[in-house]
Design a protein around this ligand. Structure first.
Ligand code: ADP
Length: 365
């Protein structure tokens, strides 16, 4: 009888022991999984207990880029955030590291557990430099667009006011013509912005095999009227390379149209603009547009691909320029894994090269 009870007690103890072991195994697995999850996060993570001592941290929090000085600053910010939050409220501190490269880090402390029974703080260090840069680019862009649009819209307003008080039919006609020109300018700006955003959004999607020959043919045709109107001779040389590139034909045509329009606009009457192809190295093809126009000062060459950048605002305005053409060309080149290069000399002329990776015809046949 007694032996029976002892055996039962023993079996119960064994079961409890197995339960405890199972629970410990599950807890160990869960803790390993949590640790792996913290390691997998793209942020530096530091976990502190209720007293503020570090109990867990991932590898990213130990090897922060920027050397010892940056690491010490981050370490101090983590301590400050934990102390300021006191394990009960979230605290964020922004840290500007001078670099190089300069970086902006956000150190965010969040209390763990319930507000009345805090068990510690988890601190996340997030590198927000790229985000901040993009925010600044967007702010600049909006400011630039508003400024660029205000000019023609303001001019239209003034011209219309003058027109309202005018009785002389000749002057009225002249004012109306100028209003139309300003409206066209605003329209070109909007079209350019729409093109740019479409090309930016499209990226390198819509990949098809495109023959350079057909891109050149279409672009030359579209610029034909402008060239004729300005008395500039457009010469398409026989193809040196009849390559295919992977991409979007409309984008490529629009890039070449922009280069050709510039070459024509910034040339004098009777000068020639040439477009030709070349093979700079295996797997690459160039479309080269050469003019003998006004050229670009060396100091501006770096900046002409920026949105709204114009070397000579007065001349560009005269020619109806928006400063968006070359940024469209650069985007198209990048979307196709290529580049756009420029060589220019004031008073001599400019050569723009659209360099693109070619594709194997057999693969895409
Ligand atoms: P825009 O609409 O003003 O022509 P782009 O972005 O196409 O704008 O070009 C930027 C600036 O670069 C132009 O304003 C012009 O000053 C200069 N530029 C571009 N192409 C040429 C060229 N072929 N010859 C001389 N200057 C050029």
């Amino acid at each position: 009888m007694r032996k029976q009870r002892l055996l039962e007690q023993l079996a119960a103890a064994e079961r409890r022991c197995a339960d405890v072991q199972e629970r410990a195994r599950r807890e160990a697995a869960e803790s390993a999984r949590l640790r792996d999850a913290i390691e997998a996060l793209p942020h530096a993570v530091v976990v502190c207990d209720a007293g503020g001592s570090i109990v867990l941290r991932n590898r990213r929090s130990l090897d922060l880029e920027g050397g010892r000085h940056a690491a010490a600053l981050v370490e101090r910010a983590v301590e400050e955030v934990v102390a300021a939050g006191g394990g009960v409220r979230p605290v964020t501190q922004t840290l500007e590291l001078r670099g190089p490269p300069p970086r902006t880090l956000e150190v965010m402390g969040t209390p763990l557990g319930r507000a009345d029974r805090a068990s510690g703080t988890v601190v996340l260090v997030d590198d927000v430099s790229e985000l901040r840069r993009l925010e600044a680019v967007r702010r600049d862009f909006v400011a630039n667009v508003s400024h660029e649009l205000r000019t023609p819209v303001g001019a239209m307003g003034l011209l219309a006011e003058t027109l309202a008080d005018e009785r002389d039919p000749d002057v009225m006609r002249r004012l109306a013509t100028r209003i139309t020109a300003e409206a066209e300018r605003a329209g070109r700006l909007i079209d350019g912005l729409l093109d740019l955003s479409r090309i930016e959004a499209a990226g390198s999607q819509g990949e098809a095999a495109v023959a350079l020959a057909s891109v050149i043919e279409a672009a030359v045709e579209r610029v034909g009227n402008l060239a004729e109107g300005l008395g500039v001779v457009l010469v398409a040389e026989p193809l040196a390379v009849d390559a295919m590139v992977a991409g979007d034909e409309e984008q490529l045509i629009s890039a070449l149209v922009n280069l050709l329009e510039n070459a024509v606009k910034y040339s004098d009457t009777q000068s020639a603009v040439e477009v030709r192809t070349a093979a700079p190295s295996p797997g690459w093809a160039d479309i080269v547009v050469r003019d003998r126009g006004i050229g670009i000062p060396a100091k501006d060459l770096e900046r002409i691909f920026e949105r709204f950048y114009r070397v000579d605002r007065a001349r560009s305005r005269e020619t109806g320029g928006t400063g968006l053409g070359l940024s469209i060309v650069r985007h198209v080149a990048t979307n196709h894994g290529g580049d756009v290069l420029v060589e220019s000399q004031e008073g001599i002329g400019s050569t723009f090269t659209l360099r693109l990776p070619t594709i194997d015809l057999v693969r895409h046949a």
